[in-house]
Structure formats: structure tokens, C-alpha cells
Design a protein. Structure first.
Length: 264
């Protein structure tokens, strides 16, 4: 596991955007196969998406040969609802880049057969060639996607019931009313994320500090699903000074030293 530490979220977001862009260009230089990326929602990736948009508009990057799969969607929330993840992704990324509409995949939380929708999503990921890179965030309790504490580390795309804590955190998007937040969601599983060739997790702010400490220094456990990244051959956490504040000083210095050595 690598941990990239920046002073603040703006610097961390820029690092992530440039890293993703470099990976897209790197694959395009050696093959005509599409770059397959997993994408997340929430406030955390907005600055990263803004930089990717800037690069596309400046002609520095293209998403024409990129296939994307979003990590989750609420169950029962209309697609046109402003807080659906369909709306979020178009508002903050898809409406501003050159990705082909047919290459955009988001789970259908209104599907008549939810189990079939989840199975088809997993099949579509495999058919696309599997994730080259998965960009995710982390919840305050250490969950990735909507894989709440005690989700199996071998889980795949499925329907989940959201905890009250998660609904309260997300209430800020629903007029601060936790009851307005859908009680269920469709989500890729922990194993779905960890099957990616690379995983990049964004974590900014002091509210994420305990989750990062548990994921980085604690045991690999279904209590903190982000900890599954410990077993990934190419997992990276991009964080800021506030979110890394709970790890040991020796751990902090180690990650700083590793990055410095790699950049020589």
C-alpha cells in the first residue's frame, strides 16, 4: 500500500487527477483497448473531476476511449432526482468531457429485478476487460462504496441496507433530513473494487482520520472495509495532513520517505 500525503485536499485532488490522466495516456500509447475506470461520488472527488475536466477542455486528455463504471446508486431514487448518482456524475463530470454515452455505466436503482441488475453489472465489468483503475472514497467508519462495516471482503455487486450513521452523514444532500436518504443502495462489492489492477482512494479532512488509521495500521477486517486494500498489490491512498493525523509518527515518516525516494 502506498500513501500519498499532501498539505490539503486541493493538492491531493490535483495529484489524483494527474495520476489518472497519466494512466489513461500510458495505456493509449501501447494499445487500442479502452481504459476501464471505476468512479465514485460524494464531495471528495469533485476537485479531482474538475481538474480532469480542465485537462479535457485544454486538449491535454481525452475520455473517448475510456469506459467507466460508477460504484453505487440509491435504490428507488428517480434518475432525475438532483441527488441521484446519475445526476451527480453528469453534473460534475460526464456533461463536461468527451466520454461516449454508451461507455458510461451506472447501476439502475429502479430496476425491476435488482439482483439481475447487480449480476449484469458484474458481467459488464468483466466483458469490458476489468478495471484498470478504481477511484474511490472512504466513509468516516472506513467503508468503501456502500460496503458498510461487517460487509464481506469477498462481496460483489449487490443491494445493501444503509446504516443510520451513513444516512445521517448523507443527509446534508437531502435538506439535512436523514429520513429522506434512501434506506437501500446498490453497490459494487469490496472484491469488485479490489479486483482492479490499481485502486486509488481519496480521503481528506479530520473526519476521515480514524478510518485511515484503522485501514493503514489496523488488521485487515470486515469492520473497516477499506482495510482490504492492505492485500492489494497496487493500492494507493491519497490524503491530506488532517486525514493522516491519527497514524503513528513513524508510519507518517515512512510514507513520506518512500514517496521522496521514488521521485528522485
Amino acid at each position: 500500500m502506498k500513501v500519498i500525503i499532501r498539505q490539503n485536499s486541493a493538492e491531493g485532488s490535483l495529484w489524483a487527477a494527474h495520476y489518472i490522466a497519466a494512466k489513461i495516456k500510458e495505456k493509449a500509447a501501447r494499445t487500442s483497448e479502452p481504459f476501464v475506470i471505476g468512479l465514485c461520488t460524494g464531495s471528495t472527488p469533485i476537485e479531482t473531476y474538475a481538474e480532469l475536466i480542465r485537462m479535457v477542455k485544454a486538449g491535454e486528455l481525452s475520455f473517448k476511449n475510456v469506459i467507466s463504471f460508477n460504484m453505487d446508486e440509491y435504490v428507488g431514487l428517480p434518475v432525475e432526482h438532483p441527488e441521484s448518482y446519475h445526476s451527480f456524475m453528469h453534473r460534475y463530470l460526464f456533461d463536461h468531457i468527451d466520454e461516449k454515452p454508451e461507455n458510461i455505466h451506472i447501476l439502475d436503482g429502479n430496476a425491476k429485478d435488482i439482483e439481475a441488475e447487480c449480476a449484469a453489472y458484474e458481467e459488464a465489468i468483466v466483458k469490458a476487460g476489468g478495471f484498470d483503475l478504481f477511484l474511490g472514497g472512504v466513509g468516516e467508519d472506513g467503508h468503501i462504496a456502500f460496503n458498510e462495516p461487517f460487509s464481506s471482503l469477498s462481496s460483489r455487486t449487490r443491494v445493501v441496507t444503509l446504516t443510520q450513521d451513513t444516512r445521517e452523514v448523507n443527509a446534508r444532500f437531502f435538506d439535512n433530513d436523514p429520513e429522506a436518504v434512501p434506506a437501500q443502495a446498490l453497490t459494487v462489492g469490496v472484491a469488485t473494487v479490489l479486483s482492479s489492477k490499481e485502486v486509488v482512494i481519496l480521503a481528506f479532512g479530520s473526519k476521515k482520520a480514524r478510518a485511515l488509521q484503522a485501514a493503514i495500521e489496523g488488521p485487515m477486517s470486515h469492520y473497516c472495509t477499506l482495510s482490504g486494500l492492505q492485500n492489494h498489490p497496487a493500492g494507493t491512498i491519497v490524503c491530506d495532513e488532517n486525514s493522516i493525523s491519527e497514524v503513528k509518527v513513524s508510519s507518517y515518516r515512512y510514507f513520506k520517505a518512500v514517496e521522496a525516494a521514488e521521485n528522485r
